[in-house]
Design a protein around this ligand. Structure first.
Ligand code: C2E
Ligand code: CA
Ligand code: CA
Ligand code: CA
Length: 278
């Protein structure tokens, strides 16, 4: 990129370098969608009490022939700004359901698949219908599909968030709040939402168990969630001491590099099968 930086011709159309890069990335992203260069990786979700893999979070990657693997933080914001997120989001749901059925056929058992849903996807009508159609066309069991959404997505992006969630819930799928603790949902709101899981944000996990306040916050979230009938998953668990503490305070599940990084579908399947053999 450096060759263009001091070239005055670079700015003649009035676009700044970053706007130009965004445009470039946008058109490349459109091509990537068409050429099927998007791929889902899967990170195991593990039950703390048993150590068993009970599901996976689907995390999108862009496999660029030239640049290699591009992470979602680089292209999801652009997908959101351009509206490409809608097509991508529908594909993620469909691909996850297909994968879940394939894994069942491979004998991996009833694994849950958690899918990230962007705030923008809530603004458009038809999300619930698409999910209903996809469950039907793939044959994936509704109770095995989980949607992860952030607190702010629910509160700021949809006038009738509770109504939408109730419609989603009626399909039989599971609903999770992602990055819990970083948004600003009120307790009244939490009580009103038909949720299944709170995912404690990694920032509260990082300094466990030494950090006294974070330790107390995690305990409080777990108590609150269990009182409301939700499960709790801790994300970003990297160290054994974090794991042991979370298990001790009654957290239900965890996810993180300690157990596994997000894996390509085949590697994930191999990991699960290896666990089943033991
Ligand atoms: P997220 O949903 O909060 O996902 C957790 C991120 O933390 C993932 O990064 C995951 O790879 C990473 N992670 C997991 N365990 C650890 C750990 O132990 N340590 C550290 N340092 N990181 C860990 P990733 O895959 O780069 O995804 C980043 C974000 O991109 C996600 O954050 C999510 O907001 C978004 N994203 C990913 N896939 C999708 C998708 O299919 N659709 C939408 N709308 N957003 C997605
Ligand atoms: Ca997530
Ligand atoms: Ca998260
Ligand atoms: Ca996040």
């Amino acid at each position: 990129k450096s060759e263009g930086r001091n070239n005055s011709a670079y700015y003649t159309d009035g676009l700044t370098q970053s706007a130009r890069e965004r445009l470039m990335l946008e058109s490349r992203l459109r091509a990537a969608i068409l050429e099927q260069h998007l791929e889902l990786y899967y990170q195991p979700q593990v039950q703390l009490a048993t150590g068993q893999i009970v599901g996976a979070e689907a995390l999108i990657r862009w496999q660029d022939p030239v640049e290699g693997l591009i992470g979602p933080n680089r292209f999801i914001p652009i997908a959101e700004q351009t509206g490409l997120i809608h097509d991508i989001g529908l594909w993620v749901i469909q691909q996850s359901c297909r994968q879940g059925v394939l894994w069942q056929q491979l004998g991996l058992g009833n694994l849950r698949i958690a899918v990230n849903v962007s705030a923008h996807q809530f603004q458009r009508e038809g999300l619930a219908q698409h999910i209903a159609d996809t469950l039907l066309s793939t044959g994936f069991e509704a109770s095995l599909l989980e949607l992860e959404m952030t607190e702010s997505a629910l509160i700021t992006q949809h006038a009738d968030a509770i109504g939408l969630l109730q419609r989603l819930k009626q399909l039989g799928i599971r609903l999770a709040i992602d990055d819990f603790g970083t948004g600003y949902s009120s307790l009244a709101y939490l009580k009103a939402l038909p949720l299944d899981v709170l995912k404690i944000d990694k920032s509260f996990i990082d300094q466990l168990p030494e950090h006294q306040q974070d330790a107390e916050i995690c305990k409080a979230i777990i108590t609150l969630a269990h009182t409301l009938g939700f499960e709790v998953l801790a994300e970003g668990v990297e160290h054994q001491a974090q794991h042991d503490f979370l298990k001790q305070i009654g957290c239900d599940e965890f996810q993180g590099y300690l157990f596994s990084r997000p894996l390509p579908a085949d590697d994930f399947a191999a990991l699960v099968l290896q666990g089943l053999k033991q």
